[in-house]
Design a protein around this ligand. Structure first.
Ligand SMILES: NC(=O)c1ccc[n+]([C@@H]2O[C@H](COP(=O)([O-])OP(=O)(O)OC[C@H]3O[C@@H](n4cnc5c(N)ncnc54)[C@H](OP(=O)(O)O)[C@@H]3O)[C@@H](O)[C@H]2O)c1
Length: 319
């Protein structure tokens, strides 16, 4: 099968396009013929050699966890799915080898959901990782509800562009950060106030809107002082969901009764079914996508590394 893979860690230049054997499946899995996959920052971080203490590799590694495609084989312990079913899902695993940047990808049957006909394969492949991450942070952990306030960092990115409509759906007031070129985009997603983090200090700007802080902070940046700022921006009794950092070891968290956790997305076919239903019903706006052929995975990783892609970058596997 055609696949993108790497034989050692390194820059995007280690990504090769070539032939790999079609992977076997385990009894609880299905084999999906992938039509489209999408790029997430974690794909390039794993390629770089990060997070080896959590996620093991068997080289050559085919990267990628998001997929949309058709089932071509069903494991002996799987019920309810058959060949030809059109699905999307998150092929997450703690041990990577057979990812979704390939014509065929094994995935746990509990991690997929049916692809509605109205949502294209390209659009569907953009959804699993970011939608599950955002919902698990906002609703499950954050318990965001009507009338509350939320600060979503990097509103125009993959996570931000699904988190903003979700937070609006939950009835919250949304503050977000974006550079000028993305203001119109994040507004179209429902953001109430957009802070141009390039022109002004986002902490000062948010504080001017919400002197007592917000109910929930969705913190997806990395960098000096970022984790502490997120705590200062949460109101007393509020919450901070960290996408990249462990909560800082500061007394303020306990003193002000803030729930703060590093969250790691969890594949969950049932939750994905519910979320796809919201996208299908138009209750959540679909993220903007840029579609590129799988063969351009190197360039797509370079673009992701530069840190300013809008919405999601989708890789089309099927020609
Ligand atoms: N823990 C988890 O399970 C989990 C899951 C998903 C993602 N993540 C992490 O969350 C982060 C976001 O993921 P993603 O998929 O949304 O990434 P992404 O799509 O690559 O994010 C790109 C966006 O980041 C914005 N951005 C860049 N620098 C910024 C800054 N200093 N302040 C505000 N916005 C900035 C850019 O907006 P502008 O062009 O407007 O600057 C761009 O639209 C990544 O670090 C990822 O690793 C963690």
């Amino acid at each position: 099968m055609k696949a993108v893979y790497y034989q050692q860690h390194g820059t995007a230049d280690v990504l090769e396009v070539g032939e790999r054997p079609v992977p076997e499946i385990q009894p609880h899995q299905v084999l999906v013929q992938v039509v489209s996959t999408s790029v997430n920052p974690i794909d390039r971080r794993l390629r770089n050699g990060e997070l080896t203490e959590y996620i093991t590799r068997t080289f050559p590694v085919v990267p990628g966890w998001d997929l949309a495609g058709r089932i071509v084989k069903v494991g002996s312990a799987v019920e309810g799915w058959q060949q030809g079913d059109e699905v999307l899902g998150l092929a997450f695993t703690w041990s990577i080898q057979h990812g979704s940047y390939a014509e065929y990808c094994p995935i746990d049957a509990t991690s997929i959901t049916r692809k509605p006909a109205e949502i294209s394969f390209d659009q569907a492949a953009a959804l699993p990782l970011v939608s599950l991450t955002a919902w698990q942070a906002l609703s499950e952990f954050g318990r965001l509800s009507a009338g509350q306030t939320v600060f979503i960092q990097a509103g125009a990115g993959g996570v931000g562009s699904v988190a903003i409509p979700m937070a609006k759906h939950l009835g919250a007031k949304v503050y977000t950060t974006a550079s000028t070129k993305n203001h119109e985009y994040v507004k179209s997603l429902g953001a109430d106030e957009v802070i141009n983090y390039r022109n002004e200090d986002y902490e000062t700007a948010l504080r001017a809107f919400e002197p007592a802080g917000v109910d929930l902070v969705l913190e997806s940046l990395l960098g000096e002082g970022i984790a502490e700022a997120a705590i200062r921006l949460a109101k007393t009794g509020g919450a901070v969901a960290y996408m990249n950092n462990e909560p800082p070891e500061i007394g303020e968290i306990e003193q002000r009764d803030i729930r703060a956790e590093f969250l790691h997305h969890r594949p969950d076919g049932e939750m994905l079914t519910m979320l796809v239903g919201l996208f299908q019903a138009g209750k959540l706006a679909l993220p903007r996508i840029q579609v590129r052929p799988l063969e351009e995975a190197q360039d797509a990783h370079h673009a992701s590394e530069a840190g300013h892609t809008q919405g999601k970058v989708v890789l089309r596997v099927e020609s």
